[in-house]
Design a protein around this ligand. Structure first.
Ligand code: TYD
Ligand code: MG
Length: 451
């Protein structure tokens, strides 16, 4: 009998090696290798009838079937709706609301398009029923199945031909062709590949739910991200009711889109006016608080940023940032010291984006500078003023994209004054009912804000 071939695979990134290794040379994880059977079969082609190469202009396209789910915030991140045969991965921390959103989505799909198969390896049908009752969902078109063998799932789905297939979660599913435990990289990749193959062949959209590790990677399989068509990531802080569904990858739409939800007693509620919500509890006339006009994807949003600067009791001051890149904060502190003449060396600095949001765009720089200065000098920023702009290493304020839509959004929420990069101010056309001050560097900005 021939010997079973095994390889050692890194459980965090999928790197494989013929020998056991203590540290993964690819992702740097320690003690992450486990023995797995080498995958027995190579994958077949996705195309049902491969007819060889074809000229581009003879391929019919642009008419992919896209069905809106009916939850506007979800459709937005999907790029307008569900595409036939697409595989969508929804990742997020346990308890963040993945099963909830998917149940709400399939109830809409079931009402409009047809039956949906919901396969759960985590919860019993009774548990799902309980959640459905909480969400006031009841339908004879939502079919529940407790199953963890991927071949069985596909066979059931192939017989039933549902409008959509949901697998909650991909970590619980395994293929009988491999001996390793469910949840290991090999199993996840192999099972997802089989589901992907099924989706492409049958044209059924498939949702995969995936848990996320503490480090933020979709557990084990970063490999999955390459395989699927769309990766949505559920973000949010469990202490806050806000949830953000972010597109990390989308073959059928733009990335960097977000959908905003609020977790309520009756499930996830869409939020169509996030600006008002994120500003609703803003303390007025308090130093350290600044409003930023931010853009997430194509969507402008006003967000409150808070800073607290206080003298340190340690030999090395502390810098803590929530929702802002830590290195970016350090860089801006250095700019403020050198170019703004603020002595933050002996100060602890804390910065927080309200609502548990994360901001990654450079337009937040000027808001961070303003919040830090405001807290340091204990002078509040006027409540009707908002800012945006990128800050460079020599203290210059640089223009950012979509200045106009940021200002329009702020005008809608009732702001009166904007401190913006000179480059943006010059390009503005029209009157927005807002006093606009263009600034060239951080000192001008601080002066204009009046802090
Ligand atoms: P769930 O969708 O089960 O999370 P996941 O599948 O991502 O692990 O949601 C879990 C949390 O959501 C749970 O702590 C309870 C809360 N929740 C509500 O607040 N309201 C609701 O209507 C529902 C269904 C859940
Ligand atoms: Mg769940």
């Amino acid at each position: 009998m021939s010997k079973i071939k095994t390889v050692f695979q890194c459980q965090s990134c999928g790197y494989s090696s013929p020998k056991w290794l203590g540290k993964c040379p690819d992702c740097g994880a320690w003690n992450s290798f486990s023995e797995e059977r080498q995958s027995p079969k190579s994958l077949k082609s996705f195309a049902a009838d491969n007819a060889g190469p074809m000229p581009l202009n003879e391929i019919s396209g642009g008419n992919e079937k896209r069905v809106p789910v009916g939850i506007a915030e979800l459709d937005r991140v999907l790029g307008g709706g569900l595409v036939a045969g697409s595989v969508i991965l929804i990742g997020g921390d346990p308890g963040i609301g993945k099963s909830t959103i998917i149940l709400q989505a399939i109830s809409m799909i079931a009402a409009k398009t047809g039956s949906v198969l919901y396969v759960s390896g985590e919860e019993s049908p009774e548990q799902i029923k309980l959640r459905a009752e909480r969400l006031s969902i009841d339908s004879d078109k939502i079919l529940l199945l407790s199953e963890t063998v991927v071949e069985q799932i596909i066979a059931t789905s192939a017989k039933m031909k549902p409008a959509t297939l949901v697998v909650d979660s991909i970590q619980t599913v395994y293929t009988e062709e491999m001996t390793s435990a469910p949840g290991s990289v090999g199993q996840i990749r192999e099972s997802a590949a089989k589901l992907m193959f099924y989706a492409k062949r049958s044209g059924t959209p498939v949702f995969l739910i995936g848990h996320v590790t503490k480090e933020g990677a979709i557990a084990g399989p970063r490999v999955l991200e390459h395989l699927v068509d769309t990766v949505l990531y559920f973000e949010g802080d469990r202490g806050h009711p806000f949830r953000i569904l972010r597109t990390v990858k989308n073959r059928f739409g733009s990335t960097n889109e977000i959908g905003v939800f609020e977790m309520t007693d009756g499930g996830l509620k869409e939020i169509n006016n996030p600006s008002e919500l994120f500003l609703s509890e803003r303390p007025l006339n308090t130093s350290g608080s600044t409003v930023l006009a931010s853009i997430e994807g194509t969507r402008p949003m006003l967000i409150e940023l808070q800073a607290l600067v206080s003298s340190t009791t340690f030999s090395a001051p502390r810098r803590t940032s929530m929702g802002i890149d830590f290195n970016r904060l350090n860089l801006l502190i250095a700019v403020l010291e050198k170019k703004g003449g603020l002595h933050l060396g002996g100060m602890d600095v804390f910065i927080n984006v309200v609502g548990g949001l994360k901001i990654s765009e450079p337009a937040a720089d000027l808001a961070i500078i303003a919040a830090l200065t405001s807290s340091f000098r204990e002078r509040p920023v006027d409540q009707h003023t908002f800012v945006f702009g990128e800050v460079g290493l020599s203290g210059e304020v640089r223009a950012v994209a979509q200045g106009e839509s940021r200002i329009k959004e702020a005008a809608k929420v009732g702001f009166k004054r904007a401190i913006v990069p000179q480059g943006n101010a010059e390009r503005l056309k029209g009157n927005f009912g807002i006093e606009i001050s263009g600034v060239k560097n951080i000192n001008e900005a601080i002066e204009q804000i009046g802090i």
